[in-house]
Write a protein that binds this ligand. Sequence first.
Ligand code: ZN
Length: 324
Amino acid sequence: MLAGKEREASVELVAHLAALDARPALFAAAGHGSLFSYCTDVLRLSEDATCNRIQAARACRDFPMILDLLASGAMSLTSVRILRPHLTPENHEAVLARASRRSRREIEALIAELAPRPDVPSSVRKLPTATPAPTLASRQPAPPFSSPPPISSPSPPITTRRPIVETTSPERYRIQSTIGKESHDKLRRLQALLRREIPDGDPGAIVDRALTLLLEKVEKAKLRAAAKPRPRAIRPGADRQGRVPRPVKRGAWRRDGGQCAFVSGDGHRCTERAFLEFHHVLPYAQGGLATVENISLRCRGHNQYESELVFGPRGASTVREALQ
Ligand SMILES: [Zn+2]
């Protein structure tokens, strides 16, 4: 009874996401640059659950009969996720009929039949498989004379091999990942070099310093690359193609804090920081200039959304200048 209700809610959500996926303007208007951020910010789904449901939603858009199979309980979200890459317009009816009400193992056997793979070499990674993966410190053999400083305190057994970033308490996050020997050696060298500043060699403190430096470097490089000199000279604010001069990009980037600056009617600001583009607030085609005042950061979704508001769904007049 409860399981049935949960399934119903889950299917409703997948159907809702499939509908939204087809009309990105709906979540864009509410201040969300992607279906992904809509799911995590508004629906409060975990990143894992979001991926699962968006994949299922897209599978339902491509093959609507999947929605009925989910609704009747004949197929689970997981089955849909693993089957989806093997479905084609030609085979989907037959494959879905065979997969319905089957266990995961049976579905995996079905996939193996659809897409036979060569045997994988028996040793691809240097990781133990039967026992929980050891912590970074215990995997390293101790040097003969002195034991290395601890790299991490004992952590709970690792249950997945994917990198993990999870919130442990407000403003604290646990990152768990496997690194190769080279990275490990670099960490050791940094621990030694930073012994005075970070006496206990805390990897978290070193990662923080590394991230700060890398972020600074990448942001600079991206802005430089985005502002490479064009073949023709560009006068600030007066370029005939609507291209954005470098100082303007820098100014807009700083003012918007490297984040999409779209704000919905009810005041929600978009949280996207990836694939940002320089957006003309007053469109270039309507005389808008490439000045700091008229240039604002937008994620891809919002640049597209606002361009469609002005020029319609097929409007190609928008100036799309991406940062990456
Ligand atoms: Zn956005």
